[in-house]
Write a protein that binds this ligand. Structure first.
Ligand code: SAH
Ligand code: SF4
Ligand code: F3S
Length: 442
């Protein structure tokens, strides 16, 4: 039996895709191994979102040359967004790559592996699709803790934010049949999973037409939440332009829908937001934040932000800091702008903020956010939460960690608690990243 080893980079959607790839190949008789030394094929599922994401993959490919010297039969394939962006050019630039497969072409993998092996050729398949959702594939849960799992509900993106490569690497937006989504959630619940995360680049634009009926994202959430009141439901990512009150209403009305919204702001400046083609301004964004707090006062809010987008002034950077001070996010993913080939920004704008200025602005955002996260966590001291236990704490075998509905990590002494259980924990201390608590008798 030939064995594949899969390595995944990038966003949650890529991790979900790797599970589809594993499933497709297992059906064809391939084994999946966690030991690279046993593998006949190494598949690297890549990200192209920023230049450093791609540099990391290229470095990894250099490291893998040593592995190939030990095992000359080893074939390396590149999957995912970098495969789609660079296509067969990648095999010219990286000599040790034998095949390149884009995100909509994974069904072709078994065929391509055969060609690579039996004909000794190189192969590329990077056609994007307007319909592929892999909705009939039951993913093989890789590296899963058996407690939480991802469910991909849509693919692609056509928002064309000026800085972003995703519309080019993932193709047109398309939604997956809700019945297959609910069936997957039900199957996970039956296997003992306690939490599912519904994934899409902009879940708010999820839409499925079924004759007269349209299933939109709030309705889909309702259906998944109904699978079991003891199975938690999360989702990512929400685009602020489409975050509806209807969704907030559904979230508020189900205890098992987690009270946590990731709402990428990108910038606090209206001119930047317009240039980024985000289709909202700071007033709209703050109105959506107010709506979240109105429906769910205990909801945590997280974000993504870009420092130093094309022509960003010092004043505009200050507006981003002000936005952070106003919203007081619980967590943020913070990035320096990286110009990506073929995007609107690359064609029409100039990457004119010097790197050291981008770095300094990013550091200012990180410092402010660190302070806010710590203060937010200090507010949690004394509160008691229901925590879904995920596993052993990294620091000590005597402690377990889990998350509350707000997605905050809580660490506590294990006693006789097991991963997968729900327990009640009272917060007694904190850092900026973690809450430390004590078990409370139910
Ligand atoms: N679909 C999601 C985000 C996907 S990419 C959304 O629209 O919110 C994740 C994050 O990477 C983005 O939110 C953005 O903050 C960041 N990002 C995307 N392209 C980037 C670029 N060229 N340079 C720096 N950061 C970028
Ligand atoms: Fe990229 Fe914008 Fe689509 Fe998000 S919504 S994936 S940032 S184009
Ligand atoms: Fe990266 Fe592709 Fe996700 S570019 S962030 S892996 S959609």
């Amino acid at each position: 039996m030939s064995k594949i080893y899969i390595e995944t980079y990038g966003c949650q959607m890529n991790f979900a895709d790797s599970e589809i790839v594993a499933s497709l190949l297992q059906k064809e008789g391939y084994g999946v191994t966690k030991e690279i030394a046993e593998a006949d094929y190494v598949l690297i599922n890549t990200c192209a979102i920023r230049d450093n994401a791609e540099q990391r993959i290229r470095k990894r490919l250099r490291e893998l040359r040593a592995q190939q010297q030990h095992n000359p039969q080893l074939r390396i394939g590149i999957l995912g967004c970098m495969a789609e962006r660079l296509q067969s050019q990648l095999m010219v630039e990286e000599e040790n790559v034998s095949f390149v497969v884009g995100p909509d072409a994974y069904r072709r993998l078994p065929e391509l592996l055969r060609q690579v092996r039996t004909l000794g050729v190189k192969a590329a398949e990077t056609e994007l699709s307007t319909t592929e959702t892999y909705d009939d594939i039951e993913p093989v849960r890789l590296n899963s803790n058996g407690i939480s799992a991802y469910i991909s509900i849509m693919r692609g993106c056509q928002n064309y934010c000026a800085y972003c490569v995703v519309p080019y690497t993932r193709g047109r937006e398309r939604s997956r049949d809700p019945e297959t989504i609910v069936a997957e959630a039900r199957s996970l619940w039956q296997q003992g999973y306690k939490e599912v995360t519904l994934l899409g680049q902009n879940v708010n634009s999820y839409r499925w037409k079924d004759g007269e009926n349209t299933v939109d994202f709030p309705e889909l959430m309702r259906r998944v939440a109904e699978v079991s009141p003891r199975m938690r439901v999360r989702f990512a990512t929400s685009h602020p332009k489409d975050l509806s009150d209807k969704l907030l209403e559904v979230m508020a009305s189900y205890d098992n829908i987690c009270k946590c919204i990731h709402l990428p702001v990108q910038s606090g400046s209206d001119r930047m937001l317009k240039l980024m083609n985000r289709h909202y301004d700071s007033a709209w964004y703050l109105d959506r934040i107010a709506a979240i707090r109105r429906y769910m006062p205990d909801c945590s809010i997280t974000t993504d932000v870009i420092a130093g987008f094309c022509s960003e002034t010092e004043e505009e950077h200050q507006m981003t800091l002000e936005m952070f001070s106003k919203v007081r996010y619980d967590y943020a993913y913070m990035f320096k702008f990286s110009m990506r080939p073929n995007t609107y920004a690359e064609k029409h704008l100039v990457d004119d903020v010097p790197d050291e200025v981008k770095t300094r602005r990013l550091e200012e955002i990180i410092a402010l956010q660190g302070q806010i996260a710590l203060e937010n966590n200090q507010q949690e001291i004394g509160k008691t939460y229901e925590v879904l236990v995920e596993g052993e704490s990294h620091r000590s075998k005597e402690q377990l960690f889990g998350r509350n509905s707000q997605n905050k990590v809580i660490v506590f002494d294990r006693h006789d608690v097991l991963p997968g259980q729900y327990v009640r924990v009272k917060v007694v201390r904190c850092t900026a990243a973690t809450l430390i608590g004590e078990l409370v008798d139910a």
